[in-house]
Design a protein around this ligand. Structure first.
Ligand SMILES: Nc1ncnc2c1ncn2[C@@H]1O[C@H](COP(=O)(O)OP(=O)(O)OP(=O)(O)O)[C@@H](O)[C@H]1O
Ligand SMILES: [Mg+2]
Length: 1016
């Protein structure tokens, strides 16, 4: 235990100056402050000695960290005194200063049994504390050697000094207390650990391996109160003893839907930014990630919630954002050489986004020196419970003898408690928390008298009733609280598992925490600054939450929402999801709906999964609302629209039902616009998966809807994807119509409208150029040039990617353009733009284009690079399940390279299959040139069957549904010429070649002009 002694400097002088009456008043005020400080830190106020105060920490209840608590209390007392001194100075014009002295010593059990302040034989310790007080500088705190030793490391101490004390011959060593280091909370008083030896040594073994650089993941699973958190705390203590840092994040039941909660908390803890001002926090984070690119740092700060409000968040594709954050966290973990323990507590309440990010993170853990512990209850079956390579520790109930040991430790050796102990052990059935709660319950009720670990029973076991379950036991204890304390606990249960009194204040609850601390329903975890508390166990929170009247709880939720809104006015979007949760729990469904939608909109550019969680919540709220008015239908439509439109981005496979619901709702409300936008989702989904016919059907439906709505701006902006599909399927007349309408609507302004892409005009011009070249109309070249110029100027990665793909991808593929230096240069710089933005989709698209363009070049180096790029991009398509419709084209390129490399027998079937594929899927826009490649490759092999097949393939092309396409005409001419030559039909060859040359020249198709020049 540690004794604290505080006294006023020169109190006699003060009395003389202000009079005894006033001095008593001042002292009363001082004592009041001091008392509350001492209580806050778990001390007990002792007898008064005139103008001083004595307090004891660590007795009668043992506290492991009594010295630390006493130091914190001493500093807090000086703070309070300083404030009071200001008042006294102005009013009485005297200086009020305090001295504080501390001393620690052993207490022998039994010495203090005679009541709270029967400290007769510990007078010696008190005497030393008093002497320390007498040599402390005014306003300062002096520690005896024994206290100094106990807080070394956590406290900032002055140089060791030797002081002379009145009435004592020998000088004694002492040190001044200057302050406390950043302190990670004070450990609670706990029952002695029983059992769990095997579990602890298993984790100790893994910690050893982590120290050696081979990290691991441990799942700790078991029912409530079985000891998961306790096991983790034991591990943490063991780690701390070895100098290993431990970072913990708790998942919470109320916030399980709030995205990023857990990752954010864990990262805040691990980076050490918790509790810092955002500027200081940024400096620390930057220091740790000094290698990171500027933009990555911004993303990371945004995640930690310490972003600079004046800097705009980077514009970045949400998937890319998630990937980059994960990559950053992983890279930092891989680079770290310091062993640490990460703890994720109560994973059964984790939010979806944190869950998936952590799962990614856990895959790299084995290559790092990090040990990660995840605790969860058995009902959790999520990803964190199934990490490959993770060890699982399932905590079984304690054995009978272990339970008996635990109970007897709680009760003590008095013969009167033996019978009761037996009953408690039976009832607790191996759940340690149950045993603890029964004992507390009995002590509350006065059945047990005395102190923890030294009780006496006033009743026979047979006469004592005990609530049947752990929950009921806790409920009974809560029920007995004084109304104010109970109200505090109720409010705290609504807030979150970690709470400060400031938020409770904001709720209009007058917080009474002392009783709750004493009853061990809550523990204090932060002593410096604004104190913070946690529930002793999540179950207590659950019971405290559920014990309330629904209406009371709703009111509290409403006030929490309002308080958060007030307190975080500058980061409302970030807190929208949390506010929505509380409002929903409060039953304010309309308001909750709006906040969920706001949260969804905010997350849309940050994390699509998070956004969808919010929309899903909005949907549920809207569905739960009563009535059938137009407002409600609109509310049911809005989140469904957002969900349907983004289903493809998360590869949702359950989208059909919702889409049909939306169709009905939109029909009911006459809301064509929402429905038209929502169609974009399944349409894109089909397109990405390569289901071209389905995507074409929906594209037609969508365009028809847009046209019937008759809003040119909507059509121009939202129709971009549908029209792209039409270009692929050879419906170039529709493409031309849309492109013309969009060009007219944009009226020369490339920045107009940015719903889907940054510059609809640039994309429209590229597609008009494509359509014009398809039909052999003039103006395509100007369109292409202008499209590229606008796209480059827009600097929007997606605009640029789409535009250059239409211009150079289709242009060179059809033979309209050549893969010249300009094409390569423009594509390369588009890739740079895309990569810098992190827009994953744009990057993939431009890489794909660059590969194609390079393969059409003459230089071997270019071809080599092109082949590498395409091989790589093919894997990307498949892994990310995007752009699968492009695979046949890609395979045509790859098949041709294979044949060109000498393996014709291998390459031809690849090309043939791809061409057939395109024909089945109706990819008319791609099919023509692909047929050309097939014929050329067949002719290069030149067997009789090849020539026959070439003839058949050309005939099929002539019959293809590509009416009025000069692209088809020019390719047919080219292929007919090549076939005639292969057949030895000289005049046929010359005739076809002549017509081919004439057409190529008249159309100005550079690719074909070059090819015809190369024909002998
Ligand atoms: N082996 C043990 N020996 C002594 N006390 C124990 C032991 N295991 C757990 N306890 C005590 O039981 C109480 C409940 O344990 P703990 O909080 O670890 O449960 P939990 O499994 O984490 O429950 P929850 O799922 O509700 O979080 C704690 O006060 C803890 O100190
Ligand atoms: Mg726990």
């Amino acid at each position: 235990m540690t004794v604290l002694f505080a006294d006023v400097v020169h109190s006699m002088d003060i009395a003389r100056l202000v009079g005894a009456e006033r001095l008593r008043e001042i002292m009363a005020q001082l004592v009041k402050c001091v008392n509350s400080v001492i209580q806050r830190y778990g001390g007990t106020v002792g007898s008064f000695t005139g103008d001083g105060v004595m307090a004891i920490f660590g007795a009668p209840t043992a506290l492991e960290d009594h010295a630390i608590r006493a130091c914190l209390a001493a500093l807090a007392i000086q703070e309070e005194a300083k404030q009071l001194a200001v008042e006294v100075q102005t009013r009485d014009d005297v200086e009020l200063l305090l001295r504080v002295g501390l001393n620690s010593g052993q207490v022998i059990a039994g010495e203090i049994a005679s009541g709270p302040f029967g400290y007769t034989t510990i007078g010696e310790h008190v005497g030393m504390a008093q002497r320390m007080e007498s040599v402390a500088p005014p306003g300062g705190v002096m520690l005896s050697a024994s206290t100094a030793r106990l807080v070394d490391g956590v406290a900032a101490l002055g140089e060791p000094e030797v002081v002379r004390i009145k009435g004592s011959e020998e000088p004694v060593p002492a040190r001044q207390l200057l302050g406390m280091n950043q302190h990670r909370g004070v450990k609670r008083a706990e029952s002695n650990l029983v059992g769990r030896r095997w579990e602890i040594s298993a984790v100790a073994g893994l910690l050893d391996r982590a120290v050696d650089g081979h990290g691991g993941v441990v799942g700790v699973v078991g029912p409530p109160g079985i000891g998961k958190s306790r096991l983790v705390r034991e591990v943490a203590a063991m780690a701390a003893q070895r100098g290993v840092e431990v970072f913990t994040a708790f998942c919470e039941s109320h916030t399980s839907q709030v995205p990023f909660q857990v990752v954010t908390r864990l990262m805040r803890a691990a980076t050490g930014v918790e509790g810092l001002e955002s500027e200081a926090a940024r400096a620390i984070a930057r220091n740790q990630f000094s290698d990171a690119e500027a933009e990555d740092s911004l993303l990371f700060e945004d995640l930690l919630g310490i972003g600079d409000p004046s800097a705009s968040a980077p514009r970045i594709d949400p998937d890319a954002r998630r990937r980059r954050l994960t990559a950053m966290v992983n890279a930092a973990s891989l680079a770290t050489e310091t062993t640490a323990v990460y703890v994720v507590e109560d994973a059964h309440w984790i939010d979806e986004v944190s869950e998936s990010m952590l799962t990614d993170f856990l895959t790299v853990v084995p290559q790092t020196p990090l040990l990660t512990l995840v605790t969860y209850r058995p009902e959790y079956r999520g990803a964190l419970a199934q990490v490959p390579g993770a060890k699982t520790i399932a905590l079984a109930p304690l054995s009978d003898s272990e339970t008996a040991a635990l109970v007897s430790g709680l009760l003590g050796p008095d013969p009167s408690v033996v019978g009761l102990g037996q009953m408690i052990a039976d009832r607790a059935s191996g759940t340690p928390f149950f045993a603890e709660e029964i004992v507390r319950d009995l002590a509350d009720r006065g059945v047990l008298q005395g102190n923890p670990g030294a009780y006496m029973s006033t009743a026979e076991a047979a006469e004592v009733s005990v609530p049947p379950t752990l929950q009921a036991t806790i409920a009974a204890r809560i029920d007995r609280l004084d109304p104010k304390a109970k109200r505090t606990l109720s409010a705290a249960a609504v807030v979150r598992s970690r709470f400060g009194s400031d938020l409770l204040d904001a709720l209009g609850v007058d917080p009474v925490v002392a009783d709750l601390l004493a009853a061990q329903l809550i523990d204090q975890v932060r002593f410096t600054g604004q104190p913070e508390y946690v529930f002793h166990n999540p179950l207590i929170r659950t019971v405290a939450y559920e014990a309330q009247l629904k209406s009371d709880r709703a009111e509290l939720h409403r006030r929490v929402a309002a308080a958060i809104e007030r307190q975080t006015a500058r980061s409302l979007d970030e807190n929208a999801a949390l506010i929505a949760e509380h409002l929903e729990a409060a039953g304010d469904l309309h308001a909750a709906f709006d906040w969920h939608m706001r949260a969804g909109a905010w997350s849309n550019n940050r994390d699509i999964t998070a956004a969808r969680v919010s929309w899903e919540r909005s949907r549920r709220v809207a569905d739960a609302l009563p009535g059938e008015g137009p407002d409600r239908i609109a509310m049911r439509i809005a989140p469904r629209t957002a969900l349907c439109a983004t289903d493809w981005r998360v590869h949702a496979d359950d989208s059909g039902v919702r889409f049909e619901e939306l169709r009905e709702l939109c029909a009911l409300a006459g809301d064509k616009t929402s429905f038209a936008i929502a169609i974009g989702g399944p349409m894109a989904g089909h397109a990405q998966r390569g289901e071209v016919r389905d995507s074409r059907r929906l594209a037609s439906e969508q365009m028809a809807l847009f046209e019937s709505i008759g809003d040119p701006s909507l059509t121009a902006q939202a129709g971009i994807l549908a029209i792209g599909i039409k270009a692929q399927t050879g419906d170039l007349d529709e493409v031309l119509r849309w492109a013309q309408a969009t060009t007219d609507w944009a009226d020369g302004d490339p920045a107009k409208g940015n719903l889907v892409v940054g510059s609809p005009l640039a994309v429209a011009l590229s597609l008009r150029g494509l359509a014009r070249s398809w039909f052999g109309r003039s103006g395509w070249r100007e369109d292409f040039d202008q499209a590229v110029a606008f796209a480059e100027r827009s600097a929007d990665p997606l605009t640029l990617a789409v535009t250059v793909s239409w211009v150079y991808g289709m242009g060179t593929w059809n033979g309209v353009l050549r893969a010249d230096d300009a094409a390569v240069g423009t594509t390369e710089s588009a890739l740079q733009t895309a990569e810098a933005s992190g827009d994953n989709y744009a990057v993939v698209m431009v890489k794909w284009l660059l590969g194609c363009v390079l393969l059409l070049r003459d230089s071997e180096g270019d071809q080599h690079r092109g082949l590498e790029l395409l091989t790589q991009i093919r894997d990307t398509f498949i892994q990310q399940r995007i752009l699968l419709a492009e695979i046949p084209v890609l395979d045509v390129y790859l098949g041709r390279e294979q044949a060109r490399g000498g393996d014709r027998d291998g390459g031809i079937p690849v090309i043939r299959r791809s061409v057939d594929d395109m024909s089945t899927r109706g990819q008319v826009g791609y099919y023509i040139a692909a047929t050309g490649v097939l014929v050329e490759t067949l002719l290069s092999r030149g067997a009789a069957v090849d020539l026959e097949e070439a003839e058949a393939v050309i005939s099929r092309l002539e019959a293809a549904p590509a009416e009025a396409s000069v692209i088809r005409d020019i390719w047919v001419l080219r292929l007919r010429a090549l076939l005639a030559r292969a057949n030895g039909d000289k005049s046929g060859y010359l005739d076809c070649r002549g017509r081919y040359r004439a057409l190529a020249t008249s159309l100005g198709f550079e690719g074909h002009v070059a090819w015809v020049e190369a024909m002998p």
